[in-house]
Design a protein around this ligand. Structure first.
Ligand SMILES: [Zn+2]
Length: 286
């Protein structure tokens, strides 16, 4: 066997293991999504069927696989089990693999792990806020903790200084807090504000402004569509902010740079040097 093929097989194996681990963690995310709003313990008490209350057997708790084998039905009573559990597990597994490929797991393990954990937290925010219009303080604090870890151990990879991270928290937090207070929580809840403060600390100001912009645009479009379908104007903003944060986490600097180039703002603000700059240059300017 050639050395290159040997290495490629090894890489494929690593990503396969990451997929399995991601699915297992996705299973835990389901527990968070359902129990955090009810303030139930995340570790105690076993899962049970929502219809007949029968405890679910260990062999029926294999992420993704069990649901497929049981064809989405409870083994005891045959009641349908929501595909949501499997969707969350699969989204976490696939997301971890794609994010690790994006940042290249083989050369940058800690940075990939950090971003995968932020992604998992965003998945919880997305589904929990969608269901309950609540954003868990624990999840927001978890993202904030990852921002602290990023500052102490991974600032080389993030390219962010302490002031980038602090200004990021304020740049997203202050405008949203004003909107929240002026609208008395109707346009934007406090949970959304806390989420963007934590995200701002993690992403830095350039990426978090990009995230906010994407989140609001997607949220406005989704709001219009949901209003057409349900006739309700009240809806959660957290899911759309999460999507904005995720997109910006992966491509935020490129998007901000493209925006400044396209609108000509980059040259106006930074002069000719901007045009000669690399995509990363913008990140070092502020
Ligand atoms: Zn059942």
């Amino acid at each position: 066997m050639s050395e290159e093929l040997h290495y490629n097989l090894f890489v494929a194996f690593i990503y396969f293991m990451l997929f399995l681990f991601g699915a297992a963690v996705g299973s835990f995310l389901n527990v968070c999504i359902y129990r955090l709003p009810k303030e139930e313990s995340l570790i105690k008490s076993n899962s049970h069927c929502m219809t007949c209350n029968t405890p679910i057997l260990k062999r029926d708790l294999i992420p993704i696989v069990s649901w497929c084998i049981l064809k989405g039905k409870c083994r005891a009573c045959g009641a349908p089990i929501s595909p949501r559990y499997t969707v969350v597990e699969a989204m976490n597994a696939v997301g971890w693999v794609l994010i690790s490929m994006h940042f290249d797991l083989m050369i940058n393990i800690p940075w990939c792990v950090l971003n995968c954990l932020v992604y998992s937290a965003l998945l919880v925010v997305f589904f929990m806020d969608w269901d309950t219009q609540l954003i868990s303080t624990y999840v927001v604090c978890f993202i904030g903790l990852l921002a602290v870890i990023e500052y102490f151990f991974l600032s080389d990879q993030s390219g962010l200084t302490l002031s980038d991270q602090l200004i990021g928290a304020a740049a997203a937090g202050v405008p949203l807090l004003i909107i929240c207070l002026v609208s008395k929580g109707r346009a934007m809840g406090l949970g959304d504000v806390y989420l963007m403060i934590a995200a701002g600390a993690f992403l830095g100001h350039i990426k978090v402004i990009t995230a906010l912009f994407i989140g609001i645009v997607i949220g406005a479009i989704a709001g219009l569509i949901l209003k057409k379908i349900n006739g309700e104007s009240k809806f959660a903003f957290g899911p759309w902010l999460s999507i904005g944060i995720l997109i910006s986490m992966l491509w935020g600097n490129d998007i901000a740079h493209a925006y400044l180039t396209f609108t000509g703002l980059g040259e106006i603000i930074y002069g000719e040097e901007f045009l000669r700059s690399s995509f990363h240059f913008i990140g070092t300017l502020f």
